[in-house]
Design a protein around this ligand. Structure first.
Ligand code: APR
Length: 167
């Protein structure tokens, strides 16, 4: 039985098998959680990312964790919010599905997600939480993962996750 929970904190500090990065399509780092992950992992991460040839929106690629406590990083590119009728929900769901599938493929048992697309990319947190929780729960019906953690960087996001998990 896989546990699904929400915590407040900095994803770069978590001792899980894999953390997910809300990356840019070039996979070469940026601000927000992407910048924090690259700073904490050190230069080996961007060096490996350079070999990956970028990543499409809704897709995911895996690297080592370098100096992070996590063994690996899954880099996924969320959709930019354009009002909600440009396929944003399908692309965001794809980020969660592809990331969970990669974790399983690499036999990683514990995974932590940030609120993909909810910073620079402008996705409204309540709507993003609905997509995240629904997609993760669908996946967990047939999963070998032990734990999925939704990481909130502030109280507003934590409340949204708690509402989503209760619903
Ligand atoms: N731990 C957990 N969550 C974090 C952290 C952290 N250390 N730092 C930021 N966050 C949260 C933000 O509060 C936000 O809720 O991550 C969420 C995602 O925000 P962004 O990092 O801005 O990601 P996103 O909206 O998907 O935009 C991606 O931003 O930094 C660039 O290179 C990145 O171009 C890409 C774009």
């Amino acid at each position: 039985m896989t546990r699904l929970s929400a915590v407040k904190g900095d994803i770069t500090k978590l001792e899980v098998d894999v953390i997910v990065n809300a990356a840019a399509p070039d996979l070469l780092g940026g601000g927000g959680v992407d910048g924090a992950i690259h700073r904490a992992a050190g230069p080996g991460l961007v060096a490996q990312c350079r070999t990956l040839g970028g990543c499409d929106t809704g897709d995911a690629k895996i690297t080592g964790g370098y100096r992070l406590p996590a063994k690996a990083v899954i880099h996924t590119v969320g959709p930019i919010w354009h009002g909600g009728d440009h396929g944003e929900a399908d692309l965001l769901a794809s980020c969660y599905r592809k990331s969970l599938a990669l974790a399983q493929q690499y036999d990683l048992k514990t995974i932590a997600f940030p609120a993909i697309s909810c910073g620079v990319y402008g996705y409204p947190i309540g709507e993003a939480v609905d997509v995240a929780v629904t997609t993760i729960r669908e996946h967990l019906e047939d999963s070998t993962l032990d734990e999925v953690i939704l990481v909130a960087f502030n109280d507003e996001i934590l409340s949204a996750y708690e509402r989503g998990l209760a619903g």
